[in-house]
Write a protein that binds this ligand. Sequence first.
Ligand code: AMP
Ligand code: GLY
Length: 423
Amino acid sequence: MNILILGSGGREHTFAWKIAQSPKCEKLFVAPGNSGTAQVATNINIGVTDFPAIKELVLNNHIDLVVVGPEDPLVQGVHDYFLNDEALKHISVIGPQKKAAELEGSKEFAKEFLYRHNIPTAAYESFTKKTVEKGYAFLETLNAPYVLKADGLAAGKGVVILNDLNEAKAELKSMLVDAKFGEASTKVVIEEFLDGIELSCFVLTDGEHYKILPTAKDYKRIGEGDTGLNTGGMGAVSPVPFATDEFLNKIEERIVKPTIQGFKKDNLPYVGFVFIGLIKVGNDPKVIEYNVRMGDPETEVVLPRLKNDFVEILLAMANGTLDKIDIEIDERAATTIMTVSGGYPEAYEKGKEITGVNDIKDSIAFHAGAQLKDEKIVTSGGRVMAITSYGNTYQEAIKKSYQSIEKLHFDKMYYRKDIGFDL
Ligand code: AMP
Ligand code: GLY
């Protein structure tokens, strides 16, 4: 069968790498893709939210299955676009419809869902420009630190955590009254601060059944020791050493099951990946957020540990037969280290030549912000390449990734040297 992946990051290169290994995959396309996906698939330079262009691509190339990488097209309704089009509606799309994608598209929608289904999460209230005074009063009832979240998609920047009450009030005003995040902060969710260690849980669902993939932990801050600005993710480790069987059982019973049942009760059609951002408070898991896609760079450690034919799994998701699949996981740990452009997540330069990728033999280089230009690989984004390794322990895997990075070069390359420090 012919398959199209939408997206251009490390996650999509990992999808392409895994899908290309399946004998079920005949032709593989990625739109728009990067220099990594170009090694295993045909890149087509169209945007992930250009639905008419995607339609043309799908019809011209007899695509049978579309795998959506990032959240934007899902929140904008790419799955619904297919279902509402006579020529496209028989084509399988992996990714929830617009209504369910609101779980990531709106923090308030997600909080209401969590409360309605009694899924453990932080206490919250939400506010608008009209109720900003009530927001100040609510902040006064909380203890520091204060967690403020822009309701809508804000390119990963919409969560602000402050220690000072007056700063929190000023931030609330800036979000609601001065539209700091534009449309995304028309509403703001203020949340109880949860103190604990974070991990990510990935669930596959066909809307009826579910399967849980290995856990992973990502490192979001730019600086060592988890300091500095938030990024898309600077590295990841799977499995998460502190996620014992007992703890995983709590996640499944208290969070995964009610989430999947919640989709059904609320009539939210969901075929796709559910990314549950969790925090371990004491010995209990609580939900920080839902994402309606796989994580990046978590995908770069989760998929390499999956032994199954990924296309068989994707088809089972599309066909409602996920209960027939036995997920098989590699016992080894996998880690990834993200190399980024100097300056990221603030301003950085692009177009730097990347050398040494072919010298990496003991790890897998998943390309992210990297493109082919005149037969050279050049940087094209903040997160450039994720270097994934296996090991009998996560320490061994991390060491291998760091050794492989020694071979990689581009001007102003930066990476964190402490991934896994807190485990
Ligand atoms: P989000 O975009 O919802 O993932 O939030 C970004 C980050 O903010 C999370 O990864 C957490 O580190 C932190 N965060 C979000 N909500 C809370 C909370 N209620 N308590 C503590 N930290 C939080
Ligand atoms: N690594 C976090 C995310 O994909 O949102």
